[in-house]
Design a protein around this ligand. Structure first.
Ligand code: ATP
Length: 360
């Protein structure tokens, strides 16, 4: 472990009776880094977070926080792990004022210092002077800010957040996730968050962990999981896209129905290799001037954009995200060109694996 690693999860396994819920999961967070665990429902995100918090035991491997083993060869109880937690349902004490909620974990602190800490934190989370209100007098977003202030009050080494924004409306989710990232970064707090929502994960995280069926598929930057997915499970879960067939005709060159695509190929792909090429909606650009065309077979209005499903001349389908002032009818043939910046290919026949087909 390097000196600045704050959280290290090494090869942990977890079972509920015979159910193998966490499978040899490893990852690490450097001090001040924010990580997000992303994955389909039931893939084990909350269980992993709870194991780090100390609410679940592990069958194998180890967890270290700040260089001390807290699970594995040694065990530290949750209250000894120096962590703060924020939950989906805020979990504020309804009978305590905002100030008393934030002060809850500070009973050992001298009163003057405690009052100052609470006031400072309420400023940090944008609730200056709201300390005498009660939770029921606040909106959901404000309650979650109080929950964050309460979790930060004892100055934990590690902040764990379990779907903290899922009870909030969509607009607030994104703005609060950006704001909380700023707060955590300003205080150099290491944090791990569980979410279903990719936009939240991308807005918050330095590192994203994509879990599927209890296994860590990829632990990488948001850019990495999106543009360099390591397998079809990650490619299928993160972002949108479809696979089309391709063939390696020259070094670092793939021929497919969209023409010639260039980019680094995996070592296993030699000349003549048949591959599946990931095409994201933003890889297809609508251009009336283009000689290359495709037929619209489905469309979904998304406000600023329309997601078109297009049939290519060889029968394969791709998606295209087109500004919604370009309205086109079903069945219409439109001009397109490919603008594939990051070539993502897998051996031919790869398909998105359904997340519900986990081998137990
Ligand atoms: P979601 O996104 O829906 O919250 P998740 O990825 O957080 O899901 P977990 O809550 O970690 O998933 O659950 C992982 C699996 O373990 C699920 O199949 C769940 O049914 C099962 N599970 C969770 N808690 C227990 C438990 N206490 N006993 C037995 N099985 C459990």
């Amino acid at each position: 472990m390097t000196k600045s690693t704050l959280l290290a999860v090494n090869g942990i396994d977890k079972f509920y009776d015979d159910f193998h819920v966490i499978k040899s999961v490893s990852f690490a967070l450097e001090e001040g880094e924010i990580g997000c665990l992303l994955g389909p429902s039931g893939c084990g995100k909350t269980t992993l977070l709870r194991a780090i918090a100390g609410f679940e035991d592990i069958a194998k491997g180890s967890i270290s926080i700040g260089g001390s083993v807290v699970a594995g060869t040694a065990f530290a109880a949750p209250e000894k792990r120096n962590i703060g937690m924020v939950f989906q349902d805020y979990a504020l004490f309804p009978h305590l004022s905002v100030g008393d909620n934030v002060a809850f974990g500070l009973s050992d602190m001298p009163a003057v210092e405690r009052v100052k800490r609470v006031a400072d934190l309420l400023v940090t989370v944008g609730l200056e002077g709201e300390n005498i209100k009660f939770p029921h007098e606040l909106s959901g977003g404000q309650q979650q800010r109080v929950a964050l202030a309460r979790a930060l009050a004892p100055e934990p080494k590690l902040l764990l957040m379990d779907e903290p924004f899922s009870n909030l409306d969509v607009a607030l989710r994104e703005s609060l996730s950006i704001e909380i990232r700023h707060i955590l970064k300003a205080r150099n707090i290491t944090a791990l968050m569980v979410t279903h929502n990719q936009n939240e994960a991308f807005a918050m995280a330095d590192k994203v962990g994509v879990l599927s069926c209890g296994a860590m598929q990829q632990w990488d930057t948001p850019h990495g999981v999106y543009h360099r997915p390591v397998n079809t499970t990650v490619a299928g879960f993160v972002g949108e896209g479809v696979f089309i067939r391709g063939e390696v005709k020259e070094p670092n060159t793939v021929e497919c129905a969209l023409g010639t695509l260039k980019g680094a190929l995996p070592e296993a792909c030699h000349l003549g290799c048949e591959v599946s090429v990931l095409i994201r909606p933003e890889d297809i650009v609508h251009d009336d001037e283009s000689a290359f065309g495709a037929v619209i077979i489905a469309k979904t209005f998304r406000g600023p954009n329309i997601l078109y499903v297009l049939r290519l001349d060889n029968g394969e389908e791709v998606q295209a995200l087109v500004p919604s002032h370009h309205q086109h009818a079903m069945g219409q043939r439109i001009g397109i060109y490919q603008d594939v910046e990051d070539l993502v290919i897998f051996p031919a026949g790869s398909d998105f694996s359904p997340a519900d087909q986990c081998e137990l």
